[in-house]
Design a protein around this ligand. Structure first.
Ligand SMILES: Nc1nc2c(ncn2[C@@H]2O[C@H](COP(=O)(O)OP(=O)(O)O)[C@@H](O)[C@H]2O)c(=O)[nH]1
Ligand SMILES: [Mg+2]
Length: 244
């Protein structure tokens, strides 16, 4: 059984239509929304949708305030591991990650341990990003690839799928990153544990409505985190993870 985790902060205008697209593509899939008390009422919308339409397939975890994407995924992963999901997705709630790719992921994950939706392989791409965003993203992947020695092209993306055994092996309480580098850290830890990570082309589309939450702080966290990950490598490739 598959679960998609979608962290949300002010995605009221996107979520209802996104969910209907997801269930159209993959009718049996389960979705967990992790909402940080969005001021626009995203949490309320999800509660209504659970009541009225998707009672057995849609779930909501609510946190009291905006605490970042990384920790939202961590609580989502823990929720998933307490249940019997075999494949666990990360996905944005703003249409950047097109649900039409879900089926391809489900085929691909059966032959490996982690599937990354990749913008930088043949067939992948980006629509509607300015030059600056492209440089940050592509540069970030190149930089991580070089420093961390991972033979992957898109390391900063957030549309991905894990086999549950990967999440069982990664010490979730020791994850250091919360912003953009969360994606890098999760993949790096899976890679160091010897799991097979494959890339699958996706075309990423910039959100049409709502605001991106990326900031200079999130970007700088990523720049320094790659160094930190690199030099902590020895201590966290063992199963006990990485303790400060
Ligand atoms: N729960 C939660 N979700 C967040 C937070 N920050 C971003 N998100 C969600 O994470 C996804 C990606 O965020 P977005 O701002 O679009 O990042 P970008 O695509 O890198 O510009 C969206 O679904 C956001 O609503 C947060 O602090 N908490
Ligand atoms: Mg986005």
């Amino acid at each position: 059984m598959e679960l998609i985790i979608i962290p949300t902060y002010n995605e009221c205008n996107n979520l209802e239509r996104l969910l209907s697209m997801i269930y159209k593509e993959t009718p049996d899939i389960h979705v967990l929304i992790v909402d940080d008390n969005s001021p626009d009422g995203t949490g309320e919308l999800v509660k209504t949708l659970i009541q009225k339409r998707y009672s057995n397939q849609l779930f909501l975890l609510e946190r009291s305030g905006k605490q970042g994407l990384g920790t939202a995924y961590i609580v989502g992963f823990k929720w998933a591991l307490k249940r019997s999901y075999k494949y666990i997705f990360e996905m944005d709630g703003d249409f950047s990650h097109n649900p039409k790719y879900l089926k391809n992921f489900i085929v691909a994950i059966k032959k490996c341990d982690v599937v990354l939706g990749s913008r930088y392989v043949h067939g992948g791409g980006i629509i509607n990003w300015n030059f600056f965003r492209r440089i940050i993203s592509y540069g970030g992947s190149l930089y991580s690839r070089m420093f961390l020695g991972m033979p992957l092209n898109d390391i900063t993306g957030g549309f991905k799928c894990f086999d549950r055994k990967v999440l069982e092996q990664i010490p979730l309480d020791n994850i250091q990153s919360n912003g953009m580098s969360f994606q890098i850290e999760m993949t790096y830890r899976a890679f160091l544990q010897g799991f097979i990570v494959k890339e699958m082309p996706i075309v990423f589309e910039e959100r049409a409505t709502g605001k991106s939450k990326i900031s200079v702080k999130i970007f700088m966290e990523a720049v320094f985190m790659v160094w930190k990950l690199r030099f902590k490598k020895a201590s966290f490739s063992n199963k006990n993870g990485w303790k400060e």
